[in-house]
Design a protein around this ligand. Structure first.
Ligand SMILES: NC(=O)c1ccc[n+]([C@@H]2O[C@H](COP(=O)([O-])OP(=O)(O)OC[C@H]3O[C@@H](n4cnc5c(N)ncnc54)[C@H](OP(=O)(O)O)[C@@H]3O)[C@@H](O)[C@H]2O)c1
Length: 496
């Protein structure tokens, strides 16, 4: 007989906190009252799909289950039973969490299907529903409440050890400081101390720090959001050292990436809002994770700003740059035809190898519009990703197809940009000026795009090209970008 068992409950804790426990497939012995011992076979981590957990129940029975699917952005996993002393045939179970509207509660749905002999169906249905699911839900509630009652942080044992070593004290670090606006040479590496994290912050020992063009504009003083003296950098990757008292779901030892409107990333150690952090899945290297801001900006353009359609054409300015080389690979993987501007033949080859069908070498006398029209047979491009502000905006608009869209994502000099709406009206064109942080105030949206990006890395659909510089050579890194030599993204590595 085929049996379906469903139990659901609302847990009095935010989703990240509940998920942090449940996503560890090997964690049942910490919270489920019926599980005496649980361990992952072959020492794989508890979130590795394909991993097998072996557990002994308090009544002495032994089971083996396999993790079939796990999605951090959907807060769900599916598993099956491999070996059981009970006749639970073809047993497949799924746990799925949803945030409750107020954000501090979590809806938990736990369901399974299996076959059982007719004469034991009722008994096994009750056993799974009550002794496994209902008891497990009660056990997890108790576990979370006990964690809450502990002195900070609510963390696993090994994490507590890290905290004890740190003692919540100030830590010595090095940071790049801009004392006055100017060229790359205004940056210097200084000894600093980093205080313990604030209530909702985490303190991170960084391993990779992305350089974004915005950092250069901050250093030059041509855009708002950076105060002097200050440390540039809006994005980093590393390991959490310790967490603030009101942080849930993140623990010392967690590997995280963050992006933040608040600069300060060019440092060995820094504190950052816990809400800005995304825990990294296995299989995504720290260097690749440092592509977060550039990658999700590309995803945002393709999926929301202009909802790219297969078969459409896209023009990407500076297609060999940080955003450009990720975006071209992503667009190509969606079946778009990619055009892009580059300033050297070397960059043309580089970008051709990374999804750009038509790299256009732009020199002072390149008739860019004519070249775009030639390639598109006079139709123009459906989407134009523009990063040079006022410079070239007229060309961008002139090269759009009917109903085409130009997304102005950046400028090099902060100049104002006159735009004649009547020109747009003639061919139903649209222009937007998206800023990724505005979209990612919706944290679940950021997580969704981040996990799409990680999946593209894991499947090697997108392979980032990264030029790495020690943190102490931030000056060289900036110079590399401003002299237009970079191919791909530039990342700083702390500790050097
Ligand atoms: N709106 C958003 O949310 C958002 C998010 C991320 C990035 N952005 C913007 O996207 C653009 C790309 O960012 P990125 O960090 O990946 O930088 P990037 O593209 O790697 O920037 C460097 C490249 O820009 C090109 N470039 C053209 N004119 C330049 C000039 N006058 N000075 C220096 N470089 C010039 C060069 O490529 P060629 O020599 O091949 O031309 C150079 O290699 C930037 O404008 C950035 O502000 C916007």
């Amino acid at each position: 007989m085929k049996i379906t068992v469903i139990r659901s409950a609302v847990i009095d804790a935010p989703i990240n906190r509940v998920w942090a426990v449940l996503r560890d497939f090997g964690s049942h012995d910490r919270w489920h009252p019926a599980v005496a011992r649980s361990r992952m076979e072959n020492d794989v981590d508890g979130d590795v799909v394909g991993g097998v957990r072996r557990f002994s129940l308090t009544d002495g029975a032994e089971l083996r289950e396999q993790l079939l699917r796990l999605s951090d952005h959907e807060y769900t996993f599916t598993s099956c039973i491999l070996d059981s002393p009970l006749p639970l045939f073809d047993y497949v179970a799924t746990i799925r969490l949803k945030p409750v509207t107020d954000g501090n509660h979590t809806f938990w749905d736990w369901r399974s299907q299996f076959r059982a002999p007719d004469d034991r169906a009722a008994e096994l249905e009750n056993l799974v529903g009550q002794q496994v699911y209902e008891a497990g839900i009660t056990g997890l509630r108790r576990f979370l409440a006990e964690q809450e009652a502990l002195p900070r942080p609510t963390a696993p044992e090994e994490a507590t050890a890290v905290l004890a070593a740190v003692g919540g004290e100030q830590l010595p670090s090095k940071a790049v400081v801009v004392a006055a606006t100017g060229g790359p040479e205004v940056m210097s590496l200084r000894d600093v101390t980093v205080a313990a994290p604030g209530l909702r912050q985490v303190r991170i020992r960084q391993t990779a720090i992305a350089v974004n063009y915005q950092d250069i504009k901050h250093r030059r003083g041509i855009c708002a959001g950076f105060e002097l003296p200050g440390t540039p950098g809006m994005e980093g990757v590393g390991e959490i050292i310790d967490v603030g008292e009101q942080v849930n779901g993140l623990f010392p030892g967690d590997r995280v990436v963050y992006m933040s409107r608040t600069p300060g990333a060019y440092a060995d150690i820094r504190c950052v809002d816990a809400d800005a952090c995304i825990r990294l899945p296995d299989g995504v290297s720290d260097m690749n994770a440092a592509m977060l801001l550039k990658g999700v900006t590309g995803a945002l353009l393709l999926s929301r700003v202009f909802r790219a359609a297969t078969g459409a054409t896209i023009m990407i300015q500076a297609v060999a740059g940080g955003v450009g080389h990720l975006l071209s690979q992503w667009a190509k993987s969606m079946g778009l035809t990619v055009l892009g501007t580059v300033s050297t033949t070397e960059k043309a080859k580089f970008s051709r190898d990374r999804g750009c069908d038509h790299p256009i070498l732009v020199t002072d006398d390149t008739p860019l519009a004519a070249e775009v029209m030639r390639i598109t047979n006079g139709r123009g491009v459906d989407y134009w990703v523009h990063s040079s502000g006022a410079q070239g905006i007229d060309t961008a608009v002139a090269c759009l197809s009917l109903c085409g869209h130009c997304a102005v994502i950046g400028d090099r000099d902060g100049r104002s940009m006159p735009l004649d709406v009547n020109v747009l009206k003639q061919r139903s064109l649209t222009v937007s000026a998206p800023v990724c942080f505005d979209y990612f105030d919706d944290r679940s949206y950021l997580e969704r795009l981040a996990h799409q990006l990680f999946a593209k890395f894991q499947s090697r659909m997108i392979i980032p090209a990264i030029e790495a510089f020690p943190l102490s050579q931030a000056t060289k890194a900036h110079h590399r970008i401003e002299s237009r030599q970079n191919m791909g993204a530039v990342v700083l590595t702390p500790g050097g």
